[in-house]
Design a protein around this ligand. Structure first.
Ligand code: UN1
Length: 505
């Protein structure tokens, strides 16, 4: 594997300074680079009083932000997009340093932020409701979409800044201030992004209070989730986290937008273009070191082509360059931390006990050189059937393979897990492709044909069903989650006819 020689701590500080970020140094939060396991900075966490003050500031800013015309609000998001373009290289590199993503994916993450800013700027002129035919003469019935209130964003380490932007860009144009609680593993990228967001507000003449950042552990997130002024909690992370957040928000009749675990499959049918399928599978399963919620975790392959596919996967996996994500040639960077490695090792062990055969990978690498960093070989494990272990999401590059005979059984296996984020099918048979994407096909929020389950673009609504939580972010009409609908009936006649033909007096 390739080695790291740069001083990551100095480089991170340089990048933060270049983006105009002030780092709240000297507390108990440690920012660590998964590339080496070395500490990058010690940061001060928010306490209950500062969280309270920040939510209050956001809530107060709502009073003016909600009546600022939406296209004017869009000007702030336009400025943010421009700043992200300007600082794409710096923020992308910081993502690589703090989250361990390879350079191309670090830059891709920032591009995804730019894309959602572009989408949101256009959307700021398209926040429309319907006019609906009234049954009463001289009456007009219409709906309007109004700003909702403060939006709390809880994000995960793996898309440390893009997840905030999918929410924030839309929330801001919808008239909602945003309070962000990033992953404890990704505070520096959050600090940098927050600095850019504040600069964008200043450049656009918007109140800087519409963006707030709170750093800390679980208690900080809990305070955000409990606060009744937070009208919408948008939380990205594990299904376990969603199980904790959703009831608390529901108990106060707040709104939740949940993007939780995925357990995404690819069906590979006999007609598949295998060359293309292998490329799609390797990117989706081993890319981002298996740490996307859209990562491919299960291949369901037709028995007639299973041996050939496995052989091709074995060959492709044997040449995957693992190492520092800062090296241009690397395709697989580190896992985020020791716990992630333990999850990978434990799942592999369980797979073998369940009768699994390891066809590729399966070991930790470079442990001597980097005892505090966790690099692993992406693994391919074949199982005799879809065993219980395959129903859980292990956030690591671990790909399970099972064989199928009937396409209907393959769809049933795709749907048999508790999660419902993404799915894909490699086939050149139009009937299979259409069935897979139909109401009787994949039960996931995303159903792709001839591409893997990961790497969605911003124009579509992103999210999934079942334990994935049901939320939708980004494109299509996802903006509506950040607004409240008001239905107004206006009587411009001199009579007072009642609906449903009711007479009164
Ligand atoms: C995530 O892993 O949290 O579709 C989101 C994708 C990315 C988003 C992943 N656009 O893979």
């Amino acid at each position: 594997m390739t080695t790291v020689t740069t001083n990551l701590t100095a480089r991170a500080a340089e990048l933060l300074a270049a983006m105009g970020a002030e780092v709240p140094e000297g507390g108990d939060l440690t920012a660590i680079s998964p590339i080496t396991g070395e500490p990058l900075a010690r940061l001060a966490a928010d306490d209950a009083a500062s969280v309270e003050a920040k939510i209050t500031a956001a809530h107060e800013a709502f009073a003016t932000w909600r009546t600022t015309p939406a296209p004017v609000r869009g000007a702030m998001v336009y400025e943010l997009g421009q700043l992200l373009r300007q600082h794409k290289a710096a923020l992308g590199e910081l993502v690589s340093i703090e989250a361990g993503k390879i350079r191309s994916e670090g830059l891709g993450e920032v591009q995804e932020m730019i894309d959602i800013c572009d989408l949101a700027v256009g959307q700021s002129r398209q926040l429309f409701g319907l006019t609906i035919a009234s049954e009463r003469p001289g009456h007009r019935m219409m709906e309007q979409w109004h700003p909702l209130g403060v939006v709390g964003v809880i994000s995960a380490f793996n898309f440390p800044v893009a997840v905030w932007s999918w929410n924030a860009a839309l929330a801001l144009i919808c008239g909602d201030p945003v309070v962000w609680k990033p992953s404890e593993n990704a505070n520096l990228t959050a600090i940098a992004t927050h600095a850019l967001a504040r600069q964008a507000a200043e450049a656009a003449g918007a109140p800087v209070e519409v963006v707030q950042l709170i750093l800390g552990g679980r208690e900080v997130g809990e305070q955000l989730v409990r606060d009744e002024r937070v009208a919408l909690v948008s939380a990205t992370g594990s299904s376990r986290m969603g199980h904790e957040v959703a009831p608390v928000v529901a108990a106060r009749f707040g709104r939740c937008l949940l993007e939780l675990g995925g357990n995404n499959a690819a069906i590979v049918a006999p007609s598949a273009d295998l060359e293309l399928a292998v490329r799609g599978i390797v990117f989706s399963a081993a890319g981002t070191a298996g740490q996307r919620c859209t990562t491919l975790r299960r291949v369901i392959v037709h028995e007639d082509i299973a041996d050939e596919l496995i052989e091709r996967l074995r060959a492709a996996y044997s040449t995957l360059p693992i190492g520092s994500p800062l090296e241009e040639s690397t395709l697989v960077g580190p896992l985020i931390d020791q716990r992630a490695y333990e999850g990978y090792a434990a799942a592999l062990k369980s797979a073998v006990s369940a009768g699994g055969t390891i066809h590729a990978g399966g070991s930790r690498v470079a442990a001597d050189e980097h005892p505090d960093a966790y690099y692993v070989e992406p693994a391919v494990v074949e199982l005799p059937e879809q065993v219980e272990l395959m129903h859980t999401e292990t956030f690591a590059p671990l790909l399970y393979v099972v064989r199928y005979r009937d396409f209907d059984d393959a769809i049933a296996m795709n749907n048999a897990v508790p999660q419902g984020l993404s799915s894909s099918c490699f086939t050149l048979d139009v009937r299979e492709a259409e069935l897979f994407t139909s109401a009787a096909g994949s039960d996931c929020g995303i159903a792709n044909v001839n591409i893997g389950p990961s790497g969605a673009e911003i124009g579509g609504a992103f999210g999934g069903e079942k334990e994935t939580g049901g939320g939708r972010e980004s494109g299509s009409d996802a903006w509506r989650a950040y607004m409240r609908r008001s239905t107004s009936t206006v009587n411009y006649s001199t009579e007072l006819p009642l609906a449903q033909g009711v007479t009164f007096g």
